[in-house]
Design a protein around this ligand. Structure first.
Ligand code: ADP
Ligand code: MG
Length: 304
């Protein structure tokens, strides 16, 4: 299913602006008077992503590496991460073996300090292991040079960070444009994409606002729009609900779930929140830098 179809489904079945409206009104951090609840969907009529799920149509110079479906998208073999603090070494990950396949909704569950963010940085190729190997699309990332890695990572992975990681001096729109600029996207096309994505997440009326002028839930939605900007096949999220009230968190998760179900995106979430397990097709339990167990499961979003 294309992004357009997803939007249509959202628009007709869920009416996200209405949902967001009521959620935002209930959320304590929210000032009711500020929300205009635009929801006109003007920007949705013109889908700049075309029908290509791969989304690189406007970027003919950028090649995606093709992948045999049976091979994992990401493969970690005996991965160690050792932090050096002066004289002292600390092993945050101790021999992680993990394969992630296209179309999975993977939840990595573990308590605070268990190594989740460290693992996310490695899965997202933002950091290199101290020992062991990380393969992205069967390529060993430690053998790629910095710019090649940045390019492949930029096309393959959308990040949603724990603290949202929005640039405080950039507006909502500029934050969403950022990953497109790294892909040397034509600015007019990039603007259309940003407008389209901000409409998806219901923030068309906040384009010019700075992060400090947004609620927590709105910031998280900007972060999601930004993570989708290059239409990457993999979305990686670190505690996506950690800084949100329950209802906004549920909305965000349902949104990611929609991307998984209807767009076939591979979703990887690291969290301490047991509630998120219900969305997963596989759960990896991590403790003290080691995988305790891995559980295959069927999604069951009604379980409590
Ligand atoms: P989680 O995300 O599960 O809370 P982290 O991956 O952030 O855990 O951290 C795992 C462990 O590694 C923690 O004990 C943390 O203190 C340590 N750690 C994380 N980053 C660093 C760093 N840059 N230097 C030293 N120790 C670190
Ligand atoms: Mg963390």
């Amino acid at each position: 299913m294309t992004l357009t179809e997803i939007i249509e489904t959202f628009k007709t079945k869920l009416n996200p602006s209405k949902i967001m409206d009521s959620l935002e009104k209930k959320a304590s951090f929210y000032d009711e008077s500020e929300y205009s609840g635009d929801g006109s969907g003007e920007d949705l009529k013109n889908n700049p992503y075309g029908n290509l799920t791969g989304g690189s149509v406007e970027n003919p110079g950028v090649t995606r590496i093709t992948q045999n479906e049976k091979d994992p998208l990401i493969k970690l073999t005996n991965v160690w991460k050792i932090y050096q603090m002066g004289e002292v070494e600390f092993a945050a990950l101790k021999g992680i073996d993990l394969e992630i396949y296209e179309g999975e909704f993977l939840v990595v569950l573990g308590p605070s300090g268990s190594g989740k963010s460290t693992l996310m940085n490695l899965l997202g190729c933002l950091d290199l292991p101290s020992e062991g190997s990380v393969l992205l699309n069967s390529k060993d990332i430690s053998e790629l040079d910095e710019s090649e890695l940045a390019r492949i990572r930029g096309q393959m992975i959308g990040f949603i960070f724990q603290s949202f990681n929005l640039i405080p001096t950039l507006s909502t729109e500029e934050n969403v444009l950022l990953p497109l600029e790294f892909q040397e996207e034509d600015i007019e096309v990039a603007r259309k994409k940003a407008a389209y994505l901000l409409d998806i997440v219901g923030l068309s009326n906040k384009k010019k606002n700075l992060p400090s002028q947004l609620s927590g839930g709105q910031r998280q939605r900007v972060a999601i729009a930004r993570s989708l900007a290059v239409n990457p096949p993999i979305i990686l999220a670190d505690e996506p609900t950690g800084n949100l009230d329950t209802k906004t968190g549920d909305y965000i998760l349902d949104f990611l779930d929609g991307l998984h179900e209807r767009e076939g995106k591979t979703i990887i979430i690291v969290t301490h929140d047991l509630d998120l397990v219900k969305y997963a097709t596989r759960v990896v339990y991590i403790r003290d830098g080691e995988i305790e167990k891995i559980e295959d499961r069927k999604k069951n979003k009604t379980e409590e």
